[in-house]
Design a protein around this ligand. Structure first.
Ligand SMILES: [Ca+2]
Ligand SMILES: [Ca+2]
Ligand SMILES: [Ca+2]
Ligand SMILES: [Ca+2]
Length: 467
């Protein structure tokens, strides 16, 4: 407001004549302290007396009397109290002594006694420091009657007292810490994954409660010290830089600040904890795989296994190929599956995931035949159950399977046996018949095998005669 000037000692002067259409003026004085912080106070000009109106020029008639424009009192005044606010004046005072009184909230209603009026002077006082955040306005009714003349009185006058805000509340974060999480593969700038909020109890219509946000520091400061940015007005946090890596930096702690007066006033600090969640950005690799970097690509050297497997055996374990994966243990970005991509046209082999989830087990599913194929060269690739988040090199293992000739065991020579007949007379004393021992008895049969068949007697044996 160019009509006012403020001196270094805080005196406010008027630079040119001022017409007060609303009978008062409010202006703001800003001051900066040694730390560069801005402080603001709004002050009313010395107020002319509030007159009970007889002619309603420019004023609205209300139910309880004349309504005048609101009157402003700054909060947190240091007094001394009671402090004069304004004089209330009746036109009848020119003719006879008037008695003034006030009613309403802050007067005779709760909170009682904040405002008083000089009974004969009509001067309105505030008796204590006001707190806008506790109560932002008061509606009081002023009355005036003739001291000695009963029938002289004004219509009641409503006075609205608004408490002018000071910046006496610093912003408060609604929680501390704030917790958020974001995928490590989240791209730069694309992803708002959390919002921090601070409230300020001061007047929302003033700068005193306009909060700005900033990130003060980031821990750890890798791979860059400003991996995130924050919207100064809304408090939304986004990924600012790519190349987050959960495997190296699974968690960030940001020190954040919220300051009112658009970032120049009172400040409060808090933290935002960001958990980096896993993305499948590490390919599983066969162990002992080595990298070589050429100027365009990473090349994964394949690892070779040379294995011998006997022919004719189904279900034989050919090889166990172990792998490693840097992603989150137990997740689909870590667990593996395998494929034979070449070398097995006949479908002799199968590869399955072993119980550790980090091994591929090759087995035979059909008998191998040395006479037909002596060697297979299998190429096996490993993938995760989840797809990769970006184009990543696939690790390959080469398994050379040499089929082992299995010599068939020699068949024993077939020797013709000469049957040995043992004749037992029906009437011999071999009753009851004792079991005949089958086997060899060199002494009895001169080294020949004995082939015996148990036969049934053709007829029951008659009772034996007495010897
Ligand atoms: Ca504030
Ligand atoms: Ca305030
Ligand atoms: Ca990962
Ligand atoms: Ca992986």
């Amino acid at each position: 407001d160019k009509r006012f000037d403020v001196n270094m000692n805080g005196t406010v002067t008027l630079k040119r004549p001022l017409n007060l259409h609303e009978a008062y003026e409010v202006f703001s004085v800003h001051a900066w302290d040694a730390n560069g912080k801005k402080h603001t106070i709004e002050s009313p000009l010395n107020h002319p007396p509030l007159a009970f109106a007889r002619s309603p020029a420019g004023l609205k008639r209300a139910k309880r009397g004349w309504v005048i424009p609101p009157f402003h009192v700054p909060e947190n005044s240091r007094g001394p109290f009671p402090m004069k606010l304004v004089q209330i004046k009746s036109d009848f005072a020119k003719e006879t002594e008037m008695v003034y009184s006030i009613t309403g909230e802050g007067a005779d209603q709760d909170p009682k006694g904040i405002f008083t009026v000089g009974r004969l002077s009509g001067i309105l006082f505030v008796t204590q420091s006001l707190d806008r955040e506790n109560k932002a306005s008061y509606r009081i009714i002023a009355h005036s009657t003739g001291r000695d003349v009963d029938n002289v009185k004004d219509s009641p006058m409503e006075i609205l007292i608004n408490v002018i805000d000071q910046n006496d509340n610093k912003p408060l974060f609604t929680q501390n810490p704030f917790n958020g999480h974001v995928h490590e593969a989240a791209g730069k700038g694309t992803c708002i994954f959390m919002t921090v909020t601070a409230t300020d109890a001061d007047d929302p219509e003033t700068y005193n409660s306009i909060v700005n946000y900033a990130i003060v520091s980031q821990e750890p400061p890798f791979p860059k010290s400003n991996m995130f940015d924050i919207n100064i007005l809304s408090g939304t946090i986004r990924v600012r830089e790519p190349d987050m890596d959960r495997e190296q930096w699974p968690r960030y702690t940001l020190l954040i600040v919220a300051a009112d007066m658009e970032g120049e006033g009172l400040a409060t600090t808090g933290t935002a904890v960001i958990i980096i969640t896993d993305s499948n950005d590490n390919p599983p690799q066969f162990e002992q795989t080595s990298y070589k970097y050429n100027y365009l690509y990473f090349i994964l050297y394949t690892i070779s296994h040379i294995i011998s497997v006997p022919e004719n055996k189904v279900g034989a374990v050919v090889a166990k190929l172990t792998v490693t994966d840097g992603d989150e243990v137990g997740s689909p970005a870590w667990s593996t599956k395998y494929r034979i991509i070449s070398g097995d046209k006949g479908g002799f082999f199968n590869v399955s995931t072993g119980p550790t989830q980090l091994e591929g087990i090759i087995t035979t599913v059909k008998p191998l035949d040395f006479e037909k194929t002596k060697q297979y060269v299998l190429s096996v690739i490993v993938e995760n159950d989840d797809p990769f988040v970006s184009s990543l090199p696939t690790s390959t293992a080469t398994v050379t399977v040499n089929v082992e000739y299995v010599k068939e065991p020699p068949k024993p020579p077939h020797r013709r046996m000469q049957p040995l007949c043992l004749l037992i007379a029906e009437s011999s004393f071999l009753w009851p018949p004792s079991p005949l021992q089958l086997g060899r008895s060199n002494s009895l049969h001169n080294g020949r095998s004995v082939e015996l068949a148990a036969g049934k007697r053709r007829s029951p044996s008659p009772p034996l005669p007495s010897p």
